[in-house]
Design a protein around this ligand. Structure first.
Ligand code: COA
Length: 334
């Protein structure tokens, strides 16, 4: 049996400076700060005014390399999870590779929306576990403002721009690093959450623009119902099948789509709210970036510490969803 495990040895993140508050949105669509706070938990989000997803991703990777004290040319693979690639091709991973000057790396993108970081993390871990690679960078980056319809009050209040990155390296300690994962997808979810314009189904035309098909569409109520069950199901399952209880988990790191979904997941797992990473109030839903952004902020503040057991959990378009059990190994450097 294996195994050399993959473990997260460094984190980094980047958020753009421009803040879009609920009050700002009150001036753009028929909404209120009170409605947004109570229905979602969001108070403000960040907007990238110039540049693209690869700029967010490259800055997160640069922060990660600095935190690890590692040169860019030591990176072997860059995997970028995103639904807002700079363009269809080349991949955003290639553009990040060029921007950080990771001269010896190859890479590719993963498309799994809000679960993208977890899908990319587990993909990256396989390269380490086979023994073929030793330094894999996994990035979650999205410029959601580029596909958000700021005339649609149902959705424009939800999203923001950010990036987070982690470095995967091998460990021989069988009780450390990425211990277990559950990943799922169900394409029947396409009807409730999609962006239909621009691909091979609906190549761009004046009509696709007029029909607003190049913006994210979400039936929030339908997605809420399945997300609240799906994210909690896999989070409970991964804890139970590893012989643990909610009280054994030091941090739940949930995708930040809606505070009510996060609260319901923590409750089902029997985890106290003080052990849940929550920054949705400051950033909204940054899609692939939410989980690495939490990891990076909590590590930076010293609250995420070596040997802590954490559960990462996500739900998103596809539908896609999943959970990952990790024993954290990155030491905090004050
Ligand atoms: N401001 C004020 N009112 C709004 C509004 C806004 N920004 N957006 C919607 N409303 C209105 C609706 O029009 C509706 O009015 P009606 O009852 O007169 O039709 C009412 O508020 C309730 O809307 P509803 O959609 O039922 O709200 P909700 O409680 O389901 O919350 C979401 C909406 C989007 C916040 C919520 O459904 C959600 O978070 N969904 C899941 C998101 C998710 O997890 N996505 C997965 C990953 S991306």
């Amino acid at each position: 049996m294996p195994k050399r495990r993959a473990t997260i040895t460094a984190v980094g993140h980047y958020v753009p400076e421009k803040v879009l508050t609920n009050r700002d949105l009150e001036k753009m669509v028929d909404t209120t700060d009170e409605w947004i706070r109570t229905r979602t938990g969001i108070e403000e989000r960040r907007i990238l005014e110039q540049g693209a997803t690869s700029d967010l991703g490259a800055k997160a990777v640069a922060a990660l390399l600095k935190n690890r004290g590692m040169r860019a040319d030591e990176v072997e693979i860059i995997i970028v999870a995103t639904v807002t690639p700079d363009m269809f091709f080349p991949s955003t991973a290639c553009l990040v590779q060029e921007k950080v000057q990771a001269k010896n790396a190859w890479g590719f993108d993963v498309s799994a929306a809000c679960s993208g970081f977890l899908f990319a993390l587990i993909t990256g871990a396989q390269f380490i576990e086979t023994g073929a690679y030793k330094r894999v960078v996994v990035v979650g980056a999205d410029k959601m403002s580029s596909i958000t319809d700021y005339t649609d009050r149902n959705n424009c209040i939800l999203f923001g721009d950010a990036a987070g990155a982690v470095l995967l390296e091998p460990t021989d300690d069988p009780s450390a690093g990425i211990l277990d994962h559950i990943l799922r997808c169900d394409g029947s979810g396409e009807a409730a959450l999609h962006m239909r314009g621009g691909g091979s189904l609906n190549p761009p035309t004046h009509e696709t623009v007029d029909k607003r098909l190049h913006y994210l569409y979400q039936d929030g109520k339908a997605v809420f119902k399945v997300a609240v069950v799906g994210m909690a199901d896999v989070s409970v399952e991964i804890v139970e099948r590893n012989g643990l209880k909610g009280t054994d988990i030091d941090w739940l790191v949930p995708h930040q789509a809606n505070l009510r979904i996060i609260d319901a997941t923590a409750k089902r797992m029997g985890i106290d709210k003080s052990k849940v990473m929550i920054n949705i109030n400051r950033y909204g839903n940054t899609t692939a970036a939410t989980i690495p952004l939490c990891l990076s902020e909590w590590w930076q503040s010293g609250m995420l510490r070596k040997d802590q057991k954490i559960v990462l959990a996500a739900f998103g378009a596809g539908y896609t969803w999943g959970s990952v059990l990790v024993r954290w190994t990155a030491e905090h450097q004050a």
